[in-house]
Design a protein. Structure first.
Length: 91
């Protein structure tokens, strides 16, 4: 899903769950940030919750934000450290 002009959110499967990653392309550079946030974040506080489930030591929450709620989410609150890569000429 396109997030902005040069950024995309890619959902990938890990341990039976889908997790988003933020991919950004800028010229010959590429960066990726994985979904990671502080446990006490307030970023999800006003989003619609469709399901909650306790599993072992985790609480899984499924969110279903409407378009207005989604537009208020800030990537910097949801994604961790940016890992950047640069294309090497000739490859």
């Amino acid at each position: 899903m396109k997030s902005s002009g040069t950024s995309y959110i890619l959902n990938f499967s890990e341990n039976g769950r889908f997790l988003p990653a933020l991919l950004t392309f800028e010229g010959s550079k590429f960066s990726i940030q994985y979904f990671d946030y502080e446990t006490d974040t307030k970023a999800f506080k006003k989003l619609t919750v469709s399901a909650e489930k306790e599993t072992d030591d985790l609480k899984m929450i499924t969110l279903e934000p409407d378009p207005k709620q989604y537009s208020k989410l800030k990537p910097e609150d949801l994604f961790g450290k940016k890992m950047s890569y640069k294309r090497i000429k000739g490859i």
